[in-house]
Design a protein around this ligand. Structure first.
Ligand code: NAD
Ligand code: AKB
Length: 315
């Protein structure tokens, strides 16, 4: 059994991760925290506390109050927003992470935080990007993710905190909207397909990025935190991906279910530049070998489920 504190629990991942963890470990054992409460199921279905991750004192006090043994740190500024506010992003992404790691150290707790394909940069091998390779990102978000991976490894080596992480690709989901990333187009396209039958993409055709459907991402988190630590050669962080596509391929997948779907382009130079600095596709074999990473959804299976779920949501 675990007793888990989640930061940023009302975001795109946390809105669903909180509910999955409550199903597995019991509602009272999963403490959702975020900047403010809302009326989502994640906020209302179990304990909720307001915690600003830049306030380390409140985070530790909350962890002590609930006697947590696991810290899952999700609060962060994503790539596009971080590029618009780089200093704010550094303070939130690095300051929040340091406070969360210190909380885990204080509580002798297990620690999980997501990294990202954004940790790679233009000099990284672009295809089948290896687990261990050149990491010289050119975005503030990427700089934060690489530094964060190193910091989490440091806490494992120096303080024996059981830190674990995943380099997530773009995550696609229908519960909560994404919070300002470069891969958000691959979520928006499904909403617009269902609502209006058309989408104008800010990412150009021919731009490939890794992606994963949220149910697979949530399973990967649970599988990694439950994995036997003695078998892990890597910790922060594991490459994980389920698919790689460009805007034309996701549009073609949608047309299998909505034949009249129309796609236009109005490329946003900032997000396009970020996308071009990231890999086309990453190699998840270390995650498969060390803790059995697997996924269920390919592009068409995900498209069918997204369109079904969003059609019900908007009917
Ligand atoms: P999100 O933007 O949807 O949610 C972030 C949450 O953090 C929000 O609920 C926000 O209110 C909260 N937050 C912001 N500032 C805070 C603060 N000062 N204190 C407390 N909470 C604060 O993000 P997400 O998509 O759920 O991402 C979670 C983590 O996963 C991040 O580290 C992100 O980099 C990583 N990640 C996400 C994706 C993806 O596609 N969603 C891909 C790779 C990595
Ligand atoms: C983003 O686009 O910023 C995120 C990510 C891949 O880290 N979705």
């Amino acid at each position: 059994m675990k007793r888990i504190l989640i930061t940023g629990a009302l975001g795109q991942i946390g809105s669903e991760l909180t509910l999955k963890l409550r199903d597995i470990y019991g509602a009272d054992n999963v403490i959702a925290t975020d900047l403010k409460k809302n009326d989502s199921e994640a906020a209302l279905s179990g304990p909720f506390e307001v915690v600003d991750v830049t306030d380390g004192k409140t985070m530790v006090e909350t962890a002590r109050k609930y006697k947590v043994d696991t810290v899952m740190h999700l609060a962060a500024l994503l790539s596009a927003t971080a590029e618009a506010k780089p200093v704010f992003a550094w303070n939130l992404n690095m300051g929040g992470l340091l406070n969360a790691l210190e909380t885990a150290r204080e509580m002798n707790a297990q620690f999980f935080t997501p990294s990202s394909i954004g940790a790679f940069g233009p000099s990284t091998p672009k295809d089948n990007t290896p687990q261990d390779t050149i990491m010289r990102p050119t975005t503030m978000y990427g700089v934060n993710k690489v530094a964060g991976e190193l910091l989490a490894d440091y806490y494992f080596e120096k303080f024996a905190v059981d830190t674990r992480g995943l380099r997530f690709p773009g995550l696609i989901s229908y519960v909560a909207l994404p919070g300002g990333g470069t891969t958000d187009y691959a979520v928006e396209i499904y909403y617009e397909a269902v609502k209006n039958g058309r989408y104008t993409s800010y990412i150009d055709k021919g731009t490939y990025m890794d992606m994963m459907y949220m149910p697979d991402a949530l399973n990967a988190i649970v599988d990694l935190i439950e994995a036997d630590g003695s078998k892990l050669k890597h910790r922060n962080s594991f490459n994980v991906s389920a698919m790689s596509f460009d805007p034309e391929e996701i549009a073609a997948s949608i047309r299998k279910y909505i034949p009249g779907f129309k796609m236009n382009y109005n490329v946003d130079p900032t997000r396009q530049k970020i996308a071009e600095s990231w890999p086309n596709s990453i190699d998840s074999s270390a995650a498969k070998e060390e803790w059995g990473f697997k996924f269920d959804y390919d592009l068409d299976k995900m498209t069918k489920d997204m369109l079904d779920k969003l059609s019900k949501k908007f009917q």
